[in-house]
Design a protein around this ligand. Structure first.
Ligand code: PMP
Length: 446
């Protein structure tokens, strides 16, 4: 664990080590600024550039667009559609998007809310007070923590946007943001958009995939304004022991670092493990905002509903930023979210039961197929090591093109994810077993 973090390194200006699919959505082929200034139709000056490859004028593209690493899921949906159209029986265990419908309590609440014209109005950042109150009730029941629904909670259009916007609310250009790698992409996205310096903190198996902030030099710690942490972790499925959270919160308090604790998998746990909220840790309220999501716990990924909760100044800052970017989640969805949260225990018990069966089936089938995989205690992912020398992007490509199985290459989560691939427990046991068998064939051929 000692060196785990000593190694946190600055991302070069163009995030060059994000191979292999970096710059998929970058500016290659577009000559920024070459077209010079031209007059727009209304006589306004407008900067245009020329796409050399197509000879078309395109709007001016900001340099930061080229700094975003390629988004790992960017090309998969299109290729999947093509394969299905060609008659391939595709098994998609790539994105964490379960096949199950939303829980009935949620669909019924949403249907009813749609009949109320008030639910079709702008929600603004206030949103539906009933949703804020249901969030607070849930935290009280589940974690024993008390919050002010108006000042310490903020509805989110899914937790992703909140996490990315949080960097805009907490960092100044040039500040350091700690970005775990492999990790969920919106952390580095937020850091880049805010002009901060993203410092990659590798999550290593030998350090139990934990980031030890205390091992960073004080000179670096003083420059950090924001740390993203996510346990139970996507993609590694790692969990954080309580003493780890305590020492992390202590470092954040000592150096005045904002802590974005990303907790969308808090309910997806197995074998009696109960994942904590960061606010169970003393002092966390001084520095932290926790991000929650209805997506995975409640099987409503596309509804786009989550919430931020925690330190009131940080929540106020995030509210200000979001006021200029969006107008909050659909009120009817917030209404349904409130119903879901009031039934959270029942709903997640079912989800957990289903996922436990899948996890066990997938681990057994992958082991039989020749993979060495550990059974996770949380999340809906298996983080599977590949044999030495087999690149995860190659494995991803072969699994899809040769066997019709969508998986996520570890390198898609950043260079430190190389040597692994991720599968999501989003399909039934039979399909998981079939996917494992097909992946075993890829492994045998590679
Ligand atoms: N954080 C992590 C770690 C995730 O894996 C995801 C979804 N894949 C999110 C945040 C975002 O979830 P949502 O925007 O659907 O709430």
């Amino acid at each position: 664990m000692q060196e785990a973090h000593a190694a946190a390194q600055a991302v070069p200006p163009r995030v060059g080590h994000w191979a292999p699919n970096a710059y998929i959505c970058g500016t290659r082929g577009i000559t920024v600024g070459r077209g010079g200034r031209r007059r727009g139709a209304a006589g306004e000056p407008r900067t245009v550039t020329e796409d050399r490859t197509k000879g078309l004028d395109v709007a001016h593209i900001a340099r930061r667009v080229g700094q975003f690493p390629g988004y790992p899921l960017a090309n998969i949906p299109r290729r999947k559609r093509e394969l299905i159209a060609a008659g391939v029986d595709v098994i998609d265990v790539g994105a964490g998007d379960p096949v199950e419908p939303p829980p009935r309590v949620a669909s019924e609440a949403l249907t009813e809310a749609l009949r109320d014209p008030a639910m079709s109005k702008y929600g603004f950042q206030l949103g539906l007070p009933a949703f804020r109150e249901a969030v607070v009730r849930y935290h009280q029941r589940r974690f024993g923590t008390a919050f002010d629904p108006m000042a310490e909670v903020l509805p989110l259009i899914g937790s992703k946007e909140g996490l990315a916007h949080f960097a805009l609310a907490t960092t100044n250009p040039g500040d350091v943001v700690i970005v775990p790698e492999p990790g969920y992409q919106c952390y580095i996205g937020g850091a880049i958009a805010s002009g901060a310096e993203a410092r990659i903190a590798p999550l290593r198996p030998e350090a139990d995939f934990l980031i030890e902030l205390g091992e960073l030099p004080a000179s670096v710690l003083r420059r950090i304004s924001l740390v993203y942490l996510n346990y139970p972790n996507n993609p590694t499925a790692a969990i954080a022991p309580r003493d780890y959270l305590e020492r992390t919160v202590a470092v954040c308090r000592e150096y005045g670092i904002a802590l974005a604790y990303d907790n969308p998998y808090v309910e997806i746990t197995y074998d009696g493990y109960r994942a904590p909220s960061i606010f169970e840790i003393e002092g966390a309220r001084e520095v932290a905002v926790e991000f929650h999501s209805c997506s995975k716990s409640f099987t409503v990924t596309g509804w786009r509903l989550g919430w931020a909760i925690g330190n009131r100044e940080l929540i106020a800052a995030l509210t200000t930023v979001k006021s200029y970017h969006d107008t909050g989640p659909f009120l009817a969805v917030q209404k349904a979210g409130a119903a879901l949260l009031d039934h959270a225990e029942d709903v997640v018990a079912e989800v957990r039961e289903r996922l436990t069966v899948r996890r066990d089936a997938a681990v057994a089938a992958l082991t039989a197929a020749g993979f060495e995989v550990q059974s996770p205690r949380a999340t809906l992912y298996l983080w599977v090591p590949l044999p030495e020398g087999l690149k995860s992007a190659d494995f991803q490509r072969m699994a899809l093109e040769e066997e019709g199985v969508v998986v996520m290459a570890g390198s898609g989560f950043g260079a430190s994810g190389e040597g692994f691939f991720r599968i999501a427990l989003t399909v039934g046991e039979d399909r998981l077993a079939e996917a494992a068998e097909r992946m075993g064939r890829v492994l045998a051929r590679a």
